[in-house]
Design a protein around this ligand. Sequence first.
Ligand code: BG6
Length: 300
Amino acid sequence: MMDINNLNAKFSIPGHLSLIELDNQIISLNITNNFADAQISLYGAQIISYTPKNEVDILWLSPNSYFTEGKAIRGGVPVCFPWFGPHPSDQSKPQHGFGRISNWELAETRLTSKDEIEVKLRLQSSPATKSYWPFDFLAEMTFLIGKTLTITLKVTNQSDLPFEYSCALHNYLRVKEIKDCAILGLQDCLYQEDSEKIMHTQKEAKLTINQEVDRNYSNTAGYYSLVDPNHNRTIRIHKTGSLITTVWNPGSQKSQSLKDMPDDGYKNFVCIEAVNALLNTIKLAPGEAHETSTKLELED
Ligand code: BG6
């Protein structure tokens, strides 16, 4: 990886974007424009903060998160790739794939004609990625920081063989008090609880969270709203190129068992993730590509 001075010489945008070194040589991009402030870690290609002007951060970052190679950053929007959850056949491989524990290369930064900032990162297959997953691929993450935040994962098959992968844009959405919030847009959708095989249908128009929730909703494409009365705002979550929506909150007990989360961390976020997994993995022929994208915005 280039050193911080060379990265700044090549990629900084005066008044808008600079690179700094966080703990343990983890490099972050600090971004500011008329719409928002944001921070993106090259490690994990993970946006860890997105704060629209005069607002509280939309993303939650655990105050106890690791910032250490080999461990995932807890919060922001981790990228799960090329599998979601435990590896299907080898439990020794990292949960949620290697994307979130890899150093991604900074490929491009640019100020758009609308004064948004666009950042592109990429991860190319290498001997290290092949020790986990044998294929040649190019994964590209694009972040568009404006009045809305758009995050896109594009995966291209550069192998001679077809391959199949799972992925997630695993957003941690910040709320003040989860028990007071509601998620709208999932009524009549079929879901599977993480540990069960049977499908349920959500009857309620509003999903409220008072205990651990780990649901994979199928055939969900569109947008959802997270109503947070204590922050007096509603976050809208759009997604494209993803048919599964995962809603995750660890609840009190699991929160206490996660070392990188405060005991009461579960009160301050919920994940409403853009996922391709389970019956909706992505299959790519040689040369093909797929984009999974999510857009977060505050309702006016
Ligand atoms: C969610 C999964 O996406 O991520 C949960 O549905 C999992 O089952 C959660 O517990 C957090 O995973 P991790 O590896 O970041 O602790």
